[in-house]
Design a protein. Structure first.
Length: 326
């Protein structure tokens, strides 16, 4: 992978949330290890899928990359700029290039603001254009996402879930960003609407050369939209590979278990496939297991898995895995 082609580079990213105790004098008694020593690249124009169970740290990873959460350790580079070193006005200017589309289209739009105000707010914050230019831009963005441009004076409660998510997409596009974090953008929508929103995202990516980090737990949707896929478990990425390679030849036992749960639309193959049922519950991120974090549920775990953290290494060109047994 050429360095010039990399838009976002994440190096040893860590985000811990402190746990405090006491009403007047608060002291830190522990930490939720939401993201722990995560490294990957996202190339220009590609979609990197990030999958895993709920609570594994996917959304925290996306928000920490955008500096909505400041990392506990590690570095994030956007092009040649180190985002983790930027502050104040410098970081604010950089935010024009990076946006996020949130999971819940009901909670992510201010119910007291009109659609026109919601979409034009980024333009006002960054002092782009005058009032009439902003109004034209808002109408152009509404057309772009398939909504009537005369909806500008309506409020979010007047729209369906799919329409609200389109408003969120229009808001994210207002500043013409290069990189967008899609934080489970379709999981709150009806199945019939999900495909429409994904098709819209793909069209916009092709039209504007966008780069996506697509966070989801729907493995079949991630397979459809992503170029490469990363699998996360309890704050760590355990496998990263090109889409077809990961789905065709998963190396990590956790990835194999996840993929074995995906239904196959063929009755004969569905009857023949082997389900891998993981026993036990996901350990707490407050007190994760020693060694490999997956060893408490892994059917293949040996002694070394319980003591030594597996190395993040390239098993084959472009296929990274963190497992002692591979």
């Amino acid at each position: 992978m050429s360095e010039n082609n990399v838009l976002v580079r994440v190096e040893h990213l860590t985000k811990h949330f402190p746990i405090t105790r006491g009403l007047i004098i608060q002291r830190v008694v522990g930490a939720v290890q939401a993201v722990d020593d995560v490294s990957f690249d996202i190339k220009r124009g590609e979609t990197l899928g990030l999958v895993g169970e709920s609570g594994c740290g996917k959304s925290t990873t996306g928000r920490t990359i955008l500096q909505l959460y400041r990392p506990t350790a590690g570095k994030v580079y956007y092009g040649d700029k180190e985002l983790t070193a930027l502050k104040g006005e410098e970081l604010r200017r950089q935010r024009r290039n990076m946006q996020i589309i949130f999971q819940d289209p009901y909670a992510s739009l201010d119910p007291r603001m009109t659609v026109g105000n919601i979409i034009s707010e980024p333009l006002e914050v960054h002092s782009i254009g005058n009032a009439s230019e902003r109004r034209e831009r808002v109408q152009e963005l509404l057309r772009l996402v398939g909504l009537n441009p005369y909806f500008v004076n309506r409020y979010p409660h007047e729209f369906s879930g799919g329409q609200r998510q389109r408003i969120g997409i229009a808001r994210a596009l207002a500043l013409q960003p290069e990189f967008i974090v899609l934080d489970e953008p379709i999981s709150a929508l009806d199945v019939s609407i999900q495909a429409q929103v994904v098709n819209l995202l793909e069209d916009l990516q092709e039209r504007f050369g966008l780069t996506y980090l697509f966070i989801a737990h729907d493995l079949s949707m991630v397979r459809h939209i992503s170029d490469r896929t990363a699998v996360m478990y309890l704050g760590k990425i355990v496998e990263l590979a090109p889409r077809d390679e990961l789905y065709g030849e998963p190396l990590h036992p956790y990835t194999q278990a996840l993929l074995s749960a995906v239904p196959i639309p063929d009755p004969v193959k569905e009857r023949q496939r082997q389900r891998i049922i993981l026993e036990g519950d996901v350990p707490s991120p407050v007190n994760p297991p020693r060694g490999c974090r997956f060893h408490t549920r892994c059917p293949l775990a040996v002694d070394v898995c319980r003591e030594v953290v597996p190395e993040w290494r390239e098993a084959s060109p472009g296929h990274w895995v963190s497992c002692h047994l591979v």
